[in-house]
Design a binder for this molecule. Structure first.
Ligand code: SF4
Length: 339
């Protein structure tokens, strides 16, 4: 929601300041989806807001829900007609929202549907924060109980290439007057934009960082993730060490296991070596996920478990993450690229 615009309307109508509080209550506590439901507000103001100040900066084009995994996915139409997607999931107590930060993505990771769509534009801070607001409304409407406890910036796009809007969106999401999500419950995932990590540590030191690694061999990672040609593994490690020195916080290394491609013994050995090469290796934790290959297929669980066992034997912290929503195309970009 463009809160500044709403405040302006209230001011122009000569209404007292407590109307601003009523707007916040209606939108961020009650989760109204239409201004018509904000019955505490004067009818004139409601009518103007309905026409000129929509609560969300996009419309919902399609919504799919996987009963099996408790994952909902929305396809959203922005004001300029472009499409993005956003996901609600329940990996633990409370709901998690996965937000997109760009329309498409310029990073062209070979395993990613969004990467194949190309890049259209950055999302505004409002379009990013509104995805969480939309799911908040959905939870209220469907009476799903529990609040949104986590927000992950892991949807379409590379968050650190839309840096300012991402920082502003995080500031809004953590504002006690708005959705009041704890900064430590927000995670930003990057494909490895090394030169932004220092600034991120200064601007958002409480927010979690996840780094999509997927391969610890420079030549192979470059093929999988072209970003590696710009910031190779040495540069990434240097930037990561600086980040860790400033924040002292655990960083998650995301590794999508693609059977036969990045899970051979030499891959595991190189990953272990790269992690131990860090001055703060004890702060690095590997998240393994069975890669969702589309069409309902994914890497076999046994192959992922074998990878995890090998890392554990090297004394490296590792967790196997559940791959959710295979039946509703929940890997990033799969729904939007189908449409
Ligand atoms: S994996 Fe992330 S960074 Fe890579 S192309 Fe997809 S959206 Fe972009």
């Amino acid at each position: 929601m463009n809160f500044e615009l709403v405040k302006q309307f209230i001011k122009q109508a000569g209404l007292p300041n407590y109307r601003i509080t009523q707007v916040k209550e209606a939108v961020y506590k009650s989760g109204i989806a239409s201004w018509g439901d904000a019955t505490a507000l004067p009818a004139d103001l409601r009518a103007r807001l309905e026409k000129e100040g929509p609560i969300l900066s996009f419309t919902i084009k399609k919504m799919v829900f996987s009963e099996k995994d408790r994952v909902a996915k929305a396809l959203l139409k922005l004001k300029d007609g472009l499409l993005i997607e956003s996901v609600l999931l329940k990996p633990h107590e409370g709901w998690s929202v996965c937000v997109s930060t760009q329309v498409g993505c310029p990073m062209r990771c070979s395993f990613c549907s969004t990467g194949r769509m190309g890049f259209k534009r950055d999302l505004t801070d409002e379009e990013i924060a509104d995805q969480v607001l939309m799911w908040f409304q959905y939870i209220k409407k469907e009476k799903l109980g529990e609040r949104i406890s986590h927000v992950v910036f892991m949807g379409m796009g590379e968050p650190l290439l839309n840096y300012l809007n991402v920082v502003k969106a995080v500031q809004q999401l953590t504002d006690p007057d708005f959705l009041n999500i704890g900064a430590r419950h927000i995670s930003i995932s990057t494909s490895g934009i090394a030169d932004k990590l220092h600034k991120l540590a200064v601007d958002l030191p409480q927010v979690n960082l996840a780094l999509s690694l997927h391969n610890a061999d420079n030549a192979e990672r470059s093929k999988l993730m072209p970003v590696n040609r710009r910031y190779d593994l040495d540069e990434l490690q240097k930037a990561l060490d600086e980040y860790l020195a400033l924040t002292g916080r655990q960083v998650f290394l995301e590794y999508a296991v693609i059977d036969g491609v990045n899970n051979r013994p030499e891959h595991i050995r190189k990953l272990g070596k790269w992690i131990r090469g860090s001055r703060f290796s004890y702060l690095l934790h590997v998240n393994l996920i069975a890669c969702n290959l589309g069409r309902g297929e994914k890497t076999d669980d046994r192959a992922v478990q074998a990878f995890a066992d090998a890392l554990k034997a090297m004394g490296i912290g590792v967790t196997i993450r559940k791959s959710m929503g295979n039946d509703i195309s929940a890997a990033c970009g799969q729904l939007a690229s189908k449409n």
